[in-house]
Ligand binder design. Structure first.
Ligand code: NAP
Length: 622
């Protein structure tokens, strides 16, 4: 707080513009205080030297006189600025449902868009001569407050519970998301808050949220359900979706029970304590689908405990994986040129997807004792004229690289690559499952996957798989269906008007949910379950554009909303105790406590029970 008459910022704030003096004029600190009190300042002095997007952790250089301004001086200016900001204008209140990548990116770009718009409006006022026509419509808000609501006590969604633990470089994006709290909350014109353990539709009604906030963004992803194969035997014991398996090996608190099923599939009735850490399970695993999730689960099963010991895979998961599975087959109903791990989008996606596949080819070289097997005959089967055409041209270049990579790793039917490593990962092509069989010895448990050989039919990029009538049955002790995630409507959504059950997405146009409402969507629930984490950046920017149009058009026409204060009151009245950001930080501290870690390289040992998280966070629930 600036003390009136203090010299603290005399030489630190060299010039400032007032309503009366239109040129930049040096002003002394005591004068700034006086001018601000008489509301003669064009804008808050704090904003001049304290750019909105930067935390006050370092000294900064004044962009007018190039003198250094200390972090302390900036902090004082911000306090001053906050106290003297014109409070007659409301702040935009936004609720974001879901604390995954799409929620965080939408918050980030919406905050910058609103702050930029406020800045632009102020600049226009500054430059305007008396009688000038406004260059820009006035803006109704003086700041933005965003509240991120999350069903789980922890943020980060698929980054925490979906990204494979042996891809820590991808998980690093969590640091950027966490930094948003510091950046936003260091600026008097913006704030970001976290409400974990609050389920929209259950703890707070969607309609209540819409009436409390100016804007509600749905960014809750597609983790609630799976696409189904719709073939006989899909519900046998030992058939899991990759979504469940991924959530389990990532320590998702609602998927601990999957461990018991995986244990039975890999080790039967053996007591897991009697199984040696390096022992390889002889169980056969069939993964249906050839997207990146399928490659992730196959790689995790092949690596086993030793290969994941330095990752954040929970210790309880490693105790079940042990030396990994000896036979993992990944089935594609079409050919290798059409595999979902090939290239469909921009070069960034291409690199990452090619990387996923390359990792499988390197398993043995990197000491995981697992060999990738690709049958040369199956590669040839898929190389019809349409597939050859798909490899041609600029768009086919990355696919050609993958074609070469697979051919280099391919073996003939007569080779015996199993001799080279105790574990094998087989990429199989042109095989479509028609039913899942039970074991002879146990009618309720999976024993095999019956597949039909397919051939491709259709023009380039439109090829479908068609049955040839030839049948092959793959023995299986564990089946993981990896054919895509499925979005679900939130409780309280307006039927077909707002949710497209066919596509499993919220009905929207560039993120604006159909109808007269203040609802928006971002991420997988907006566009469907596709793309890497970075894909959410452009997607969020698209939604932010729609939100900006909406608030420019609707502005103050709507009633003033209670925003965060309203939500806090609502939760209190409904006896819901949210996990706030500082509570989550306590969970993080506990998870990274060296006493919990199995080695120096392990980033964290996740807490697997919600009640334990709440207790660490100091939250007492009824
Ligand atoms: P995906 O990429 O959409 O792949 C789905 C796979 O399932 C395809 O191979 C598809 O084959 C197959 N499939 C669908 N229905 C089938 C059926 N009835 N029978 C047999 N096969 C069927 O989905 P995903 O692997 O779940 O990945 C979701 C998104 O997350 C993707 O965009 C992915 O790239 C991304 N992701 C990225 C990374 C990374 O970058 N590191 C990691 C994980 C996930 P068809 O093509 O023949 O339909």
């Amino acid at each position: 707080m600036i003390v009136e008459g203090s010299n603290l910022i005399i030489e630190k704030l060299p010039k400032i513009r007032t309503r009366t003096v239109r040129s930049w004029t040096p002003v002394r600190a005591p004068d700034i205080v006086g001018l601000a009190r008489s509301r003669a300042l064009r804008r808050c002095p704090g904003r001049e030297l304290a750019p909105r997007s930067l935390p006050v952790s370092a000294d900064r250089t004044c962009h007018w006189c190039h003198s250094t301004v200390s972090a302390t001086a900036i902090t004082h200016l911000r306090c001053f600025s906050a106290e003297n900001t014109d409070v007659s204008q409301p702040r935009l209140s936004v609720a974001v449902v879901g604390a995954g990548p799409s929620g965080f990116y939408t918050s980030k770009y919406l905050t910058s868009a609103v702050l930029h718009r406020i800045e632009k409006a102020n600049d226009r006022n500054d430059k305007r001569d008396e009688g000038d026509a406004p260059a820009l419509a006035p803006f109704d808000w003086s700041g933005i407050d965003i509240d991120i609501l999350e069903r789980l006590p922890t943020p980060y969604g698929l980054v925490r519970y979906g990204v494979a633990p042996d891809h820590p470089e991808v998980k690093n994006v969590e640091h950027d998301f966490a930094a948003q709290f510091e950046t936003s909350n260091n600026n008097p014109s913006s704030s970001l808050s976290f409400f974990g353990g609050v389920e929209v539709g259950k703890d707070v009604k969607l309609s209540a949220l819409q009436s409390m906030y100016d804007v509600v963004v749905l960014a809750y992803g597609c983790q609630a359900a799976d696409r189904r194969l719709n073939i006989p035997g899909e519900d046998l014991e030992g058939v899991l979706s990759a979504r469940e398996f991924v959530a389990w090996y990532n320590g998702h608190p609602e998927f601990g029970h999957i461990g018991t099923i995986v244990k039975e599939c890999l080790w039967g009735s053996s007591d897991i304590c009697d199984v040696d850490d390096d022992q390889v399970s002889t169980a056969k695993v069939v993964v249906v689908g050839q997207g990146n999730v399928a490659l992730d689960v196959a790689r995790i099963l092949a690596k086993g405990k030793r290969g994941l010991i330095e990752t954040d895979t929970p210790s309880s998961v490693l105790e079940i994986l042990k030396g990994g599975a000896s036979h993992v087959s990944i089935l594609g109903r079409r050919g290798h040129v059409q595999g979902a791990f090939t290239i469909k989008g921009d070069s960034h996606r291409t690199m990452l997807r090619a990387k996923e596949l390359r990792e499988l080819t390197k398993l043995n070289k990197e000491g995981h004792n697992a060999k990738l097997i690709i049958r040369r005959g199956e590669l040839e089967l898929g190389m019809n004229d349409s597939s050859v055409a798909e490899l041609k041209g600029a768009s086919g270049r990355p696919k050609t690289r993958i074609d070469i990579l697979l051919r280099d790793s391919a073996v003939s039917e007569t080779d015996n690559p199993k001799d080279e490593a105790p574990k094998t990962v087989c990429l199989r092509f042109l095989l479509s499952p028609t039913s899942i069989e039970a074991k002879d010895s146990d009618g309720g448990r999976v024993g095999g996957v019956v597949c039909e050989r397919t051939r491709l039919e259709g023009g380039p990029f439109k090829q479908n798989s068609v049955s040839t009538g030839e049948i092959e049955t793959l023995p299986a002790d564990l089946v993981l269906t990896s054919i895509g995630y499925k979005g679900m409507p939130l409780e309280g959504m307006k039927g077909r008007d707002q949710f497209d059950h066919q596509q499993s997405v919220v009905n929207n146009l560039h993120g604006k949910v159909t109808g007269d409402n203040n609802l928006f969507a971002s991420g997988w629930i907006k566009r469907g379950p596709s793309g890497i984490i970075g894909t959410n950046i452009m997607d969020a920017k698209d939604t932010v554009k729609s939100i900006m149009m909406f608030i420019e058009e609707n502005g103050r026409v709507r009633d003033e909303k209670d925003g965060r204060r309203g939500l806090e009151k609502y939760l209190e009245a409904h006896e819901t105790v949210p996990i706030r950001w500082e509570n989550f930080q306590a969970i993080e501290v506990a998870e990274t406590d060296p006493a919990r870690l199995r080695n120096d390289a392990q980033p964290r040992e996740k807490i697997l029970q919600i009640t334990e998280m709440e207790s660490i966070a100091g939250i007492l629930k009824q």
